[in-house]
Design a protein around this ligand. Structure first.
Ligand code: FAD
Length: 489
């Protein structure tokens, strides 16, 4: 009987534990390895997945199919109309393809765990069918990393120090799993019909397709090419350049990491190899980059250890009492990049035009929505998720709760980014603003950060750019007062 590998957000051949185990299993006892992918728009909608991210998945799926074809592993794709249909769909494939063992990589999010439990339950009813769930998502499993009192960490620095100690001293954490073995060549004839079917290849979205495909080419090879080139050159200046939005100073690996085209483990292992097998000493750029990957591990650890954050709840329950503003016009102006604060609008335009936003801008725009407009961070979190090619529940939620001062290890509530100072500090020549806000291109380096206050009203009116929708000092006071009120309750 055959073996089935169910791909989800792990669209790769390398360092894919479930895929490797499935191929070993088919070698020992079974006949052939078959791959499955389920297109589940209902589930994606429920999770606010952005069309551009779904498109990226579909393009990577097409690339994965080509890689699987070379190994004579057929890829079956099925479409689920409803999340509830998934168990029946998997069961049908198992019956039709005469499967004895089903493999997948455990998904650590709540909804996905529920889905997988339902699939497991229905498969266990079938005679002679076994399910193997592999643990592949985190480098250090949350169960292996606890504080001295045995609790999960909720502060990044001590978590990261312990994480580094474990990863540096215990070899197995960075051991990479090899690719699957090929099926015998006759599989191509036996499953000829399946080999002919090709996943649709793209998914409709409103962004410029050519630009998106060039910025984020699909496939494992493209991802590794990007990683290699980053580690050969850009990483040297990463520590300084990562905070300068106009520079192309970061890796842009996030879409590949989020969609599982590469793993955090691969990134850390390859970066460490380029740094004499060290992660806490040696090259400053590599150390700084691995630390950012450490944040990704940290936020995953938080989501798993405190599942309430998956369900739209604040990490700090007290902050649930904040009286958020219901000014939806303000929210709309933020979404539509028309707040009148050039640095905020520039960030939102990068997001709206490309499906990506630089990390510094994610912090500035998030802080602005929550602390200048007093709008519930959950609305911003959702808007980001609906727009980002790298939308990731753990990182997005972590970033938003940090910015809103409601999360673990959050920015203190009284520290409110001043958009003008952030703009002058991180975009001193206004180059990032000029790139994304063409109305302001003709202004000098001083005017560009604050045109409504520096220019004569008549000159400002000619720009066709909106006036600031709030006064930052007034807004900040309102927000800080509200936080003081709830913390005193
Ligand atoms: P690099 O600087 O090259 O970093 C390498 C990798 O480290 C990233 O790809 C990412 O996986 C990880 N990383 C970097 N910074 C962070 C961070 N602050 N927190 C967690 N992981 C990090 N990241 C996402 O992947 N998906 C999101 O949906 C997301 N939403 C965010 C929302 C807000 C409000 C904030 C403040 C941050 C968010 N981030 C998110 C984190 C960060 O902005 C992106 O990971 C980063 O900009 C991706 O670009 P890069 O791959 O070039 O990063």
């Amino acid at each position: 009987r055959n073996t089935l590998m169910w791909f989800r957000t792990d669209l790769r051949l390398q360092d894919n534990k479930a895929l490797y185990e499935a191929s070993m299993r088919s070698k020992v006892g079974a006949r052939h390895l078959i791959a499955l992918y389920i297109i589940s728009e209902d589930e994606w909608k429920e999770h606010d997945e952005a069309p551009i991210k779904i498109d990226f998945w579909m393009r990577n799926l097409t690339s994965l199919k080509k890689d699987l074809d070379r190994l004579a592993i057929p890829l079956v794709t099925k479409t689920a109309k409803d999340i509830a249909d998934i168990p029946t769909l998997v069961e049908q494939v198992v019956k039709e393809m005469d499967i004895s063992h089903v493999f997948w990589n455990a998904d650590l999010m709540i909804d996905e765990q529920r889905r997988d439990a339902a699939v497991k339950k229905s498969l266990m009813k079938l005679p002679g069918v076994a399910v193997e769930e592999c643990n592949c998502e985190c480098i250090v499993d949350p169960a292996d990393i606890k504080t001295k009192t045995g609790n999960p960490y909720s502060v990044f620095t001590p978590y990261y120090n312990n994480w580094c100690k474990l990863v540096e001293t215990e070899q197995h954490y960075l051991e990479l799993t090899g690719p699957p073995e090929a099926n015998p060549p006759e599989a191509k004839d036996i499953f000829a019909d399946i080999f002919k079917t090709v996943p649709s290849g793209s998914y409709p979205h409103s962004l410029d397709i050519k630009m998106v495909n060039e910025l984020y080419p699909a496939g494992e090879d493209a991802a590794h090419e990007r990683l290699k080139s980053f580690l050969q050159s850009k990483v040297k200046k990463y520590r300084e350049a990562r905070d300068v939005p106009v520079q192309d100073g970061t890796s842009l690996m996030s879409p590949y990491l989020t969609s599982g085209v590469v793993t955090t483990r691969q990134c850390v292992a390859i970066a460490r190899a380029a740094n004499n097998n060290k992660i806490v000493s040696g090259d400053e750029g590599i150390k700084a980059w691995i630390r950012e990957l450490g944040w990704k591990e940290f936020y995953k650890n938080i989501l798993i250890s405190f599942p309430r954050v998956c369900m739209g709840r604040a990490f700090q329950p007290k902050t649930e009492k904040v009286q958020w503003s219901d000014n939806m016009e303000h929210f709309q102006r933020w979404c539509e990049d028309k707040t009148g604060f050039p640095i905020v609008d520039a960030g939102m335009r990068q997001l709206n035009a490309t499906g990506y936003m630089h990390n510094r801008l994610r912090m500035i725009t998030a802080c602005f929505l929550v602390k200048d407009l007093l709008i519930d961070w959950r609305l911003g979190e959702r808007y980001f998720m609906n727009s980002l090619i790298d939308g990731d529940l753990a990182n997005n939620n972590g970033g938003w709760q940090w910015s809103a001062s409601t999360g673990t290890d959050a920015q203190p509530y009284f520290r409110v980014f001043n958009p003008l100072l952030q703009s002058q500090r991180f975009d001193p020549k206004g180059s990032y603003i000029r790139k994304w806000v063409p109305e302001l291109r003709g202004l000098n380096d001083k005017q560009i950060h604050d045109p409504s206050h520096i220019l004569h009203p008549k000159d400002f009116a000619k720009l066709g750019y909106p006036k600031p929708i709030v006064d930052h000092a007034v807004a900040k006071k309102k927000y800080v007062d509200e936080f003081k009120r709830i913390l005193a309750l």
